[in-house]
Ligand binder design. Sequence first.
Ligand code: MLT
Length: 311
Amino acid sequence: SAMLAAGAAHAEFPERPINMVVPFAAGGPTDNVARSLAEAMRHSLGQTVVVENKGGAGGTIGTTQVARSQPDGYSVLLMHAGFSTAPSLYKNPGYDPYKSFEPIGLVVDVPMTIIARSDFPPNNIQELADYVKKNKDKVSLANAGIGAASHLCGTMLVEALGVQLLTIPYKGTAPAMNDLLGKQVDLLCDQTTNTTQQIDSGKVKAYAVTSLQRVPTLPKLPTMDESGFKGFEVGIWHGMWVPKGTPKPVVDKLVKSLQAGLADPKFQERMKQLGATVLTADANPQALDAKVKQQVPQWAELFKKAGVEQQ
Ligand code: MLT
């Protein structure tokens, strides 16, 4: 029957490579997570997962592309907390966080680091606080566009320091990092999935981590909280979504594959090296749905308090 045929068609998913959209530049933090995950999911899917980098506008361009793609399971979005901030930062972000997608599950949680070009004068966060007050119009802060993780953390940093900085947007923190290494920009608040190696090799100056506990892979780096910025905390959760209307059997298959991917020892080892926590227990649609419902109003509140205006 037609129904059996349709069921059989879904049972065969995926029949061709899957496109995983990363809404930021290649070689950056989200891309690092996505490429490891794509490799881990390939085994359980029996198909290649191709990562497509579609950066711009804090991740909203790539996110919108997936929202408008065929709901057939072949277009998958790997995005982070920025998914839930765009609605309060953009008049028209291009997607609705509640209505445009089917959630697959949570993926990883990543702490952030506050870093500077290697020859930037301040040597710790207190010196940084003094320095920016004395040089307010000269200090530049890179980010990956309005709503990106680096923008969220940067907004919190500006609040904490009580000084406006000159912000410079990029299509991801990979190109922002390049300019930091090239000493064209002063400061960046970026995820450990992009900064660990550069901090370890001394190519950038690191001031603090944004988690309440120190990060095991960066044990010498103090937390913002212990450095006098009580309660300063931001962690970047990542999730996976497909367009609204994707058939349930296809969603189920992707959920199983995500769970298998997160359980992959190679994926786990890589995430550990980069300071990320794998969210195994929350790799399901219910947990991601709950996360988005909790996060959208929470960020809206923070931006309102910080006086951040809609674009
Ligand atoms: C990226 O992959 O470039 C980042 O996740 C950017 C950001 O959100 O700061």
